[in-house]
Design a protein around this ligand. Structure first.
Ligand code: ADP
Ligand code: ZN
Length: 804
């Protein structure tokens, strides 16, 4: 029986294509294999997605597979099935979807090459060109790669067919890491004091690294020459890594040796239910709803151990920002080398190695961010999604998938258990739990016995009226922080904005200085004497103008306050305090590890920060949390603004008083009666959720109706808008039966980014079913109307989380 390979090529195409399988590739051809094929006049890479016994195209018109690129298929059949779902649901080409499942290193690493086999059929003479090529190949030591299209193709194929060539897989070492190399002290390194006097530099190096890993550059900066590092590496005292060594860092922070806790009764009950589901080996969803500090992580770790004990593998997804040394250290110390780490902060080489450990079956647990949902684990028993409400599970560019949704589809295929954990569940998950599609497990108390902090809403309008000026830090917060510091405790000040002040504002035209390319207000940063305006969308910087560029009349004033401004203010408010600032500007390529470490060690009294300080951190000395303004986020133009604000404030508040001393939280606002803020104060998630759901139902938003965003972008405002109108018109005409709402086109909340105008068309399903919505989108993308041409592009975002 003849088999045909159905191949998804790595090109922006919706179809798959059949190829013949040459005899010499028959044993290697498998679903999930990466292949080289001829496509038109090009040679491209693709993946075998099926082996069919028939082809829709006549056999004589089919081309053969050119080559199979790895000795073992990089993708499992299960992942190919998953990719088919992802590709169809998110309207992304299958070949490109499959390619994103592989880390870059795994894609580049193996290539077949050909050496002279030393034998050959000899049947019939070789052609002249065949002989010449064979002579050349015999001289090349490592063999030659598959020739590019046309170049020597005929003689090459002759040699191959007649058995003169042999295929070998050359594993090229992954590309040398770019950027910093990390020096890390090995556990077996001697005490620097024990080295003799002649090894002064070696001793200095070991001493330096005792404080934690450093970049090669930092080591050089400490006057230790590269030769010394090399010697230390040879002796096995120091190792080099190409990415920030998070797990090791965790160790130096002292999170290494966490031992298991005796589960609290609530933890035990949750684990019992999870264990039963694991035993059944059927798809099932759980919502682990536990307040901050209730010990969700302990439940995750034990659930993973239970999956392993049942002979299954496990996947743990964490949000981008939560991948702290703390969390990693806790997983690493309990799961050891059964665990692989997959996240975008790893260097390419490191990530390739981790991925291989998973593919080979050596690592049975994967901890990682969003894209780890595509990890090649087999026999999957459990998927944990930590902080399941976190928006970073949704990819905003390219393949716009939601890793949480993909996780559920993957688990359903594999018959695995899904454990979604949060203190403030996504309203969609909450509704699913209410409706019995997801089993709730509750952890209502802090595991360590600590109390939840008290929350006070501070109305800063009163104080501003009294003082006749804008107030950044209220008396109330100022005193609370001063008292905490006086008691030797620490404080956290949260502000959702980077930079020095938020923007430069003209009181005359009531306009802020905007980025010319992105149309959003630029942010003032402290840089040099005059400062710099930075666009947080495209990164463009500009010198702050002294008068308004619109009216050229009025002087500009700085509005709002960013982290840098607050940092300055702190010096005035609490002159004795030592302060640290953590935001994307100060974090550097280590994601702020040094800052967190320093604060953890109590080398500072106050930490000022953005979103980055919110998640997963556990600072035992922290008792006071201040939120400078709850209002910006609340009034953001997005139907999820209330939900996001509730989640963020609850998380920030949850940093306070996690140890024995009770914490207090001060939230400054101009809307103290706002229901969302009232809900944060009372900590009543259920109340908040039912009110919010009621509103969503009335307004017709998720989770009751589903959305798709069609975004049309182009270089000129009027052409782009015209194209968007044509598309909206097309959608209207083809929407005869599905009952989908078509809203817009409207300018995106950020109307221009990097010089391209953006218009949104929002599609809304009539109910929870997405069938009609999906077929409308599919019809558009399959029609010439979906490809307006010129420089206009059309992108679709299914279940979008942001309209920007
Ligand atoms: P969450 O992830 O729910 O915010 P964590 O897992 O970080 O909570 O746990 C909060 C604290 O409680 C941690 O310091 C952890 O070590 C501790 N803890 C967790 N489970 C237990 C337990 N069963 N007994 C005692 N302490 C626990
Ligand atoms: Zn810009």
């Amino acid at each position: 029986m003849e088999l045909y390979a159905r191949v998804a090529v790595e090109l922006p195409l919706r179809e798959t294509y059949h190829y013949l399988i040459p005899d010499d590739l028959l044993t290697l051809a498998a679903v999930g294999a990466r292949v080289a094929v001829d496509f038109g006049a090009r040679r491209v890479q693709g993946f075998i997605v099926a082996l069919d016994t028939a082809s829709p195209v006549e056999k004589k018109r089919l081309k053969p597979l050119r080559e199979i690129l790895d000795p073992v298929p990089p993708l499992t059949p299960g992942l190919v099935t998953l990719a088919e779902w992802v590709s169809s649901y998110y309207h992304h080409p299958l070949g490109e979807t499959l390619a994103t499942f592989l880390p870059p290193a795994a894609r580049a690493e193996t290539r077949p090459s050909y050496i002279a086999s030393g034998e050959g059929e000899g049947e019939g003479e070789l052609s002249e060109s065949g002989k010449a090529l064979l002579g050349k190949i015999a001289q090349k030591e490592g063999g030659v790669p598959l020739p590019a299209w046309n170049a020597q193709r005929k003689p090459f194929e002759e040699l191959l067919k007649k058995g003169y060539l042999k295929r070998v897989w050359k594993v090229t070492a992954p590309a040398a890491p770019k950027g910093a190399r990390w020096c890390l002290l090995s556990p077996g390194a001697p005490d620097p004091a024990s080295l003799d006097a002649r090894s002064g530099r070696l001793a200095a190096l070991l001493d330096l690294l005792r404080e934690g890993p450093l970049t090669a550059e930092a080591v050089r900066g400490a006057s230790i020459p590269p030769g010394t590092v090399e010697r230390a590496v040879k002796k096995g005292w120091v190792s080099l890594l190409d990415s920030p060594p998070l797990a090791e860092e965790a160790h130096t922070l002292g999170y290494g040796g966490e031992s298991a806790f005796e589960p609290t009764p609530e933890q035990a009950e949750a684990l019992l239910a999870i264990g039963e589901a694991l035993e059944k080996g059927e798809y099932k969803n759980f919502l682990l709803w536990g307040i901050t500090g209730s010990g969700k992580t302990e439940v995750y770790i034990r659930a993973v151990e239970a999956a392993l004990a049942a002979g299954k593998s496990a996947l743990v997804l964490v949000p981008e920002i939560a991948l702290t040394p703390q969390l990693l250290g806790r997983f690493a110390s309990r799961l050891g080398d059964r665990m692989a780490l997959l996240h975008s902060g790893l260097g390419e080489r490191e990530r390739g190695l981790q991925w291989k450990a998973v593919r080979s079956g050596a690592a049975k647990v994967v901890v990682g961010t969003r894209s780890a949902v595509f990890a090649p684990l087999e026999n999957l028993g459990l998927i944990v999604v930590d902080e399941e409400h976190d928006p970073s599970y949704k990819q905003a560019e390219g393949l716009r998938y939601n890793a949480k949704h993909v996780a559920m589809v993957r688990a359903r295929e594999a018959g695995a258990v899904v454990l979604l954990g949060s203190a403030t569940p996504d309203l969609e998950t909450w509704l699913a739990a209410q409706e019995g599609r997801c089993q709730p497990l509750r952890l209502p108390l802090r595991a360590s016995g600590a109390q939840l902090p008290s929350v006070e809403l501070v109305d800063i309008r009163d104080e501003e009226k009294r003082l006749g000026r804008r107030v950044l830090v209220s008396e109330r917060l100022k005193n609370a922080v001063a008292e905490a510091i006086g008691r030797g405790e620490q404080a956290l000040i949260f502000l959702n904005r980077r930079g020095f002040s938020s923007s430069l504002f003209c009181p005359e035209c009531e306009e802020a200085v905007r980025c010319k390319k992105c149309s959003v207000p630029m942010t003032l940063h402290r840089r040099g004497k005059t400062g710099a305006l930075v666009c947080h969308y495209c990164g463009k910087t500009a010198r702050p103008p002294s008068v308004c560029p619109h009216c050229e009349m009025s002087e500009l004033v700085a509005l709002g306050a960013g982290t840098q401004k607050i940092e300055e203010e702190i010096a005035l408010l609490w002159p004795q305090a030592r302060a640290l600032r953590l935001d994307r500007d100060s974090a550097g390529d280590r994601g702020g590890l040094d800052i967190l470490r320093s604060f953890m060690r109590r080398e500072a009294d106050i930490l000022v920060g953005t979103q980055m300080v919110v998640k997963g951190h556990h600072f035992p000395g922290l008792t006071v949390v201040g939120v400078l303004s709850a209002d910006d986020a609340l009034h953001f133009a997005d139907f999820r603004a209330g939900e996001r604000t509730f989640q963020t404030l609850t998380q920030v508040a949850g940093r306070a008083g996690r140890d024995s001393r009770k914490g207090s939280v001060y939230i400054q606002t101009r809307n103290p009666h706002h229901p969302v803020l009232q809900a944060v104060k009372s900590g009543d998630y259920e109340d908040f959720a039912s009110a919010e759901l009621e509103m969503r139902k009335l307004a017709g938003f998720s989770p009751y109706r589903r959305l798709a965003l069609v975004r049309v972008t182009g270089p000129g405002e009027s052409e782009t808008f015209a194209a968007a109108k044509l598309i909206a018109g097309w959608l209207g005409r083809h929407n005869t039966r599905s009952g989908v709402d078509i809203l817009g086109p409207a300018p995106a909340p950020v109307a221009m980014v990097r010089g391209r105008w953006r218009f949104n068309i929002l599609l809304r399903s009539p109910g929870r079913e997405t069938g009609g919505l999906q077929s409308l989108v599919r019809a558009l993308l399959g029609d010439p109307a979906g490809k307006p041409g010129g420089d206009i592009s059309v992108q679709v975002d299914i279940d979008p989380l942001r309209m920007a």
